[in-house]
Design a protein around this ligand. Structure first.
Ligand code: GDP
Length: 513
């Protein structure tokens, strides 16, 4: 929420020496690399460098900041892309075994002797049609849950695995529900058929699964639906080719396309993310749009990456990655979050600008959250006080000699509290809220974190409030010497602040003749 001078320099590429010099010129004292600036100051500084932190940040959310980086859809760049497939089903029904079989079946093409890496996804060339399928191998992964929460599905097709030995089980039904809700297309693999040496028993087991599926209204082809059913053995490989071709067939029907090529702004998702001793921050990115190449600049969350290396699932260096391909990349400043969306920026300066903008949006959101929380706390407190009073019967007595906050009650003296962190703001509110007597009372108009902004000044002007600033460091000139004659007091110690409030209240007492 606060940015040091050296962070700001990193974010903006403005030389740190220049920043320090300019900040000093602007009236900041003792500025060092570690000097901390609040968001308002950051904005102030950025605007003086013509880095616009637009006002529309208020309508932006951390999720929408990068929207404008997206390129508009150009149908000319739409190209066929491989389907993205996950395998779901009951535990022990054979998901891992199928993935292992598929992964091993592609080792043939891995002549360069690379070692298969688990990077969250891999691609397979189908043996008959020679087409590409992308398999995600961690569907239960936190990243996917996070994506699902946001309503983002990167999967096109779900292979629902059902063991011929067990038929439908609780997690099968769960997977089914999920596939239906997410709008994924489905192919059913009845697996472990090699377990039945007797062909009659095998047929009977497969038939049972089919009947159970019909009972659960799975629209399989046999009853006129479009869900293909393939009996397989991942152990012997029986019908595995058929399963792969079923997916190809389905993906053709789905007519899966993505914008690709160098003209399209790259988009994708982080599947995995890890800090490695040897290479630093490494992540797997699934490309959904555009073309990933070395040197490109990507943004994700509050970090960005100048792509330094690209490796495929076999650990080999590759020059590029295209839609539906997952690759491992290095070059991130900070580790991006699994499940987070990635978007390309033109260059590092643009990336820094957008990350700074996002940070500003987050800070604004936090501040308003703090105020909301504080108001809520105060309301709860006031309510419980009121309750206590009415329960003890004191309420009536009190109301006789203290008519409350009505016209003929004590005079209210208005204050606006601004502090460095929510903890100090709360502490101040708590200590001064009850100050006063039957003649004058302290009234807190607003209390929030951060250097006074335009809204605070406006509010102070309208309500005639005194601004109480706590631990905010040097304040901008235009606040201290404001034209509206708003009183601004600065403190680093709470008891000094309380003293000042008490004095102000005393000043407001009627003169005694
Ligand atoms: P997951 O929990 O769904 O990932 O299930 P696994 O792939 O770990 O499989 C559970 C057990 O079933 C393991 O012992 C596998 O070797 C075995 N298994 C999986 N698929 C087959 C198959 O097609 N045939 C046979 N005979 N065993 C299988």
């Amino acid at each position: 929420s606060y940015t040091s001078v050296s962070d700001l320099s990193n974010m903006t590429s403005i030389k740190i020496e220049k920043l320090i010099r300019d900040l000093t010129k602007m009236g900041f004292t003792n500025v060092t690399h570690n000097y901390i600036l609040s968001r308002e100051y950051v904005e102030l500084v950025l605007s003086s460098y013509n880095y616009k932190v637009e006002d529309q940040t208020s309508s932006l959310t951390p999720e929408t900041v990068y929207e404008e980086l997206r390129s508009s859809v150009n149908p000319k760049n739409l190209k066929k892309r491989p389907p993205i497939v996950t395998i779901m089903g009951h535990v022990d029904h054979g998901k891992t075994t199928i993935l292992d079989y598929l992964r091993n079946s592609t080792i043939v093409s891995n002549e360069h002797g690379g070692i298969t890496q688990h990077i969250g996804a891999f691609q397979v060339k189908t043996p008959i049609s020679k087409r590409t399928i992308t398999f995600l191998d961690t569907p239960g992964h936190a990243a996917f849950l996070k994506m699902r929460e946001r309503g983002a599905t990167i999967t096109d097709i779900v292979i629902l695995v059902i063991s011929a030995e067990d038929s439908l089980m609780p997690q099968t039904l769960e997977a089914l529900k999920h596939a239906r809700n997410s709008g994924n297309q489905m192919v059913v693999a009845i697996t472990k058929i090699d377990r039945f040496s007797n062909p009659k028993q095998r047929e009977a087991a497969i038939e049972k699964v089919n009947l159970d599926m019909m009972n659960h209204e799975i629209p399989i082809e046999r009853i006129g639906g479009d869900v293909q059913v393939v009996p397989i053995s991942a152990r012997t490989g029986e019908n595995m080719e058929l399963l792969e071709e079923s997916i190809v067939l389905l993906s053709d029907v789905m007519d899966l396309k993505a914008e690709s090529g160098p003209q399209t702004t790259l988009e994708g998702y982080i599947l995995e993310s890890e800090m490695k001793k040897t290479t630093g921050n490494v992540s797997t990115i699934l490309v959904t749009k555009g073309e990933l190449r070395k040197g490109k600049v990507l943004i994700c969350g509050n970090t960005y990456c100048k792509v330094r290396s690209i490796k495929n699932e076999n650990g080999q260096d590759v020059s590029k990655a295209t839609p539906a391909q997952a690759v491992e990349i290095t070059g991130w400043k900070d580790l991006p979050g699994a499940g987070d969306e990635v978007i390309e920026a033109k260059n590092e300066a643009t990336a820094k600008k957008y990350v700074a903008k996002r940070l500003a949006v987050i800070q604004t959101a936090r501040e308003s959250e703090n105020v909301d929380r504080l108001n809520e706390q105060r309301a709860t407190k006031a309510l419980s006080k009121l309750k206590k009073v009415s329960e003890s019967g004191e309420g009536l007595q009190n109301s006789e000699n203290d008519p409350g906050v009505e016209e003929n009650g004590p005079k209210k003296v208005n204050f606006i509290v601004k502090g460095d962190v929510s903890g100090s703001v709360e502490a101040i509110v708590e200590s001064i809220a009850s100050l006063g007597n039957e003649e004058v009372k302290c009234n807190i108009v607003t209390a929030s974190v951060g250097v006074p902004n335009e809204n605070d000044m406006k509010m102070a002007r309208i309500t005639g409030s005194k601004l109480l600033c706590f631990n905010l460091g040097p304040l901008p000139h235009e606040i201290v010497n404001n034209k509206d004659e708003i009183e601004v007091a600065q403190f680093n110690v709470i008891y000094k602040l309380i003293e000042d409030v008490t004095e102000t209240l005393t000043d407001n007492l009627k003169p005694i003749y």
